[in-house]
Design a protein around this ligand. Structure first.
Ligand SMILES: Nc1ncnc2c1ncn2[C@@H]1O[C@H](COP(=O)(O)OP(=O)(O)OP(=O)(O)O)[C@@H](O)[C@H]1O
Ligand SMILES: [Mg+2]
Length: 487
């Protein structure tokens, strides 16, 4: 099925999220839609798949103009979308999820559906038990289920919105294999991403969006530099790492032990000094999160001592940690960091922790406007946080931080962010560091760990290695420690 979008416009209030976008996608190809955070990619794809209404322009399938009032109409015409945030229903079982969206709903022939599910599974080499709970599946498996569901509903154009965020490397390899197979079978695959290497790996043709507009279109072979220029309007200069004299100890851990019901990490000894950056490396779930939460005062440590600015603080309440100038930015920006339903002004008021009884809304509004400008957030004081793109949510979190903090703890500070936002986030953090704030961050990205850490703390299988000097450590050494060798 050949797809044409002609002069698509979409506004959110005064924000022109899609500004006169035209593009053509041939069937049997993998087409890339690339752009920085907030460029308007998801919006365009939601317009195409009937989730939101556009304000202008035309959609053509095989040359015929179509109009979708709902996702159900779109899928009937052959357009299906896998969303950035999965839309499946975790409490249901696999087979019931597979049946969602069918005209005859739950009353239909389950044995036939089961046969269908098995047929698709065999075709793509998927291995999902039909009676498993969706909540027990990995993100990669949920994608596989959704692919099969959309195919069974008759999808010929399949849209994947940022499908490689949050899946493991083997799952990504499997996903790419599946996408290639889909294209080979004649499907039209649209792959939405802000990751250059994914677009280069996979796509024959790529259209780049920036600030709601098409900035260019390239066909294979294309270079990274070409894509970067189209995405950001310039080549990006690498950041310079300054050497900064470290100050007094701000955080000291003596035989700290962190634990939850499945993992116990004892004997953590570490001293973090003002202006120091510590990277936490390790396979996801090796205790980095427990560690960060204990240091932030969110969870009580299971043992040992935690000292802050020279005072023992283990069993103190969370607000004492805040008062001591310690903050924690979780990886779940929307789930844990921000409050969905509240707008930026309201967040600013909450973050101030003012003791006053009345809120000065005019002042708060003005201050929110100032922060939005200062932190280049694409949004307005009255924008609800869930309407911001991932990169803008992270900017908002940073904009809420008070000045002169002692210690910032971060979990995956740049996960899901494009290169420019990533560099922006680090510029902010390094600027704070220059003024004496210590930074402790967990990341799955070894380049990030090496680039920004003074010292590295490796978590592996319930143990923590002695902190390594980043300059004197090789990638191989780090990789071995992460794998548990030499611990
Ligand atoms: N429902 C909404 N209400 C108001 N504004 C919105 C809404 N959805 C998106 N926006 C805004 O439209 C712009 C484009 O957002 P969109 O989600 O399409 O970006 P994106 O390219 O998919 O970014 P990302 O890479 O972060 O997923 C952003 O500035 C966003 O804040
Ligand atoms: Mg998006």
């Amino acid at each position: 099925m050949r797809l044409e979008l002609k002069n698509i416009h979409k506004y959110f209030g005064s924000l022109h999220a899609n500004d006169d976008i035209s593009l053509t996608v041939e069937s049997g190809t993998i087409y890339g839609l690339l752009g920085e955070n907030g460029a308007g990619k998801s919006t365009l794809m939601k317009v195409l798949s009937g989730f939101i209404h556009r304000e202008g322009g035309e959609i053509l399938l095989d040359g015929k103009s179509v109009e979708f009032k709902s996702p159900a109409e779109a899928i009937r015409a052959g357009v299906g979308m896998l969303h950035q945030d999965p839309l499946d229903l975790p409490p249901l079982r696999v087979l019931d999820n597979f049946l969602l969206g069918r005209e005859d709903g739950f009353l239909q022939d389950r044995s036939k559906a089961l046969a269908d599910l098995k047929k698709y599974s065999a075709q793509f080499g998927f291995d999902i038990a039909p009676d498993a709970l969706v909540s027990a599946l990995t993100v990669g498996e949920r994608q596989q289920l959704e692919i099969m569901r959309l195919l069974s509903l008759g999808a010929k154009i399949l849209i994947f919105d940022e499908p490689t965020t949050g899946i493991s490397l083997p799952q990504k390899i499997k996903l790419f294999e599946t996408l290639r197979l889909l294209a080979k079978q004649g499907m039209t695959v649209i792959f939405v991403t802000h990751k250059l290497e994914d677009a280069q790996d996979l796509c024959g043709k790529v259209t780049v969006l920036r600030l709601g507009k098409v900035t260019g279109e390239v066909t294979r072979p294309f270079t990274t530099d070409q894509l970067v220029k189209l995405m950001f309007g310039q080549s990006l200069a690498a950041s310079q790492r300054e050497t900064i004299a470290l100050g007094e100890p701000v955080l000291e851990l003596r035989d700290l032990c962190v634990a939850d019901f499945r993992l116990r990490v004892p004997n953590i000894n570490l001293q973090v000094r003002a202006a120091e950056v510590i990277g936490l490396a390790g396979i996801e779930g090796s205790g980095q999160r427990l560690f960060l939460r204990a240091c932030a005062g969110l969870d009580r440590p299971a043992g040992g001592e935690l000292w802050i600015n020279g005072a023992k603080i283990n069993r103190q309440a969370y607000h004492r940690f805040l008062d001591s100038g310690i903050v924690y930015l979780p990886a779940g920006r929307l789930e844990e960091g921000l409050v969905p339903g509240l707008n930026l002004t309201e967040h600013l008021i909450l973050a101030k922790r003012s003791k006053e009884f009345f809120v000065n809304w005019n002042l708060a509004q003005t201050q929110a406007q100032e922060r939005i400008k200062e932190y280049s957030i694409r949004g307005a004081p009255e924008s609800r946080v869930e309407a911001l793109s991932g990169g803008n949510q992270q900017r908002a979190l940073l904009a809420l931080l008070q000045p002169n903090l002692k210690l910032i703890l971060l979990e995956h500070p740049t996960r899901g962010l494009d290169i420019e936002s990533t560099m922006w986030v680090w510029r902010q953090l390094l600027e704070r560091r220059r003024r004496g704030t210590a930074i402790v961050f967990a990341s799955a990205d070894l380049d990030e760990i090496f680039e920004y850490s003074d010292r590295i703390l490796v978590f592996s299988g319930g143990r923590v290695a002695k902190a390594l000097n980043a300059k004197e450590t090789s990638v191989t050494q780090l990789g071995e420690l992460i794998g548990g060798k030499g611990l």
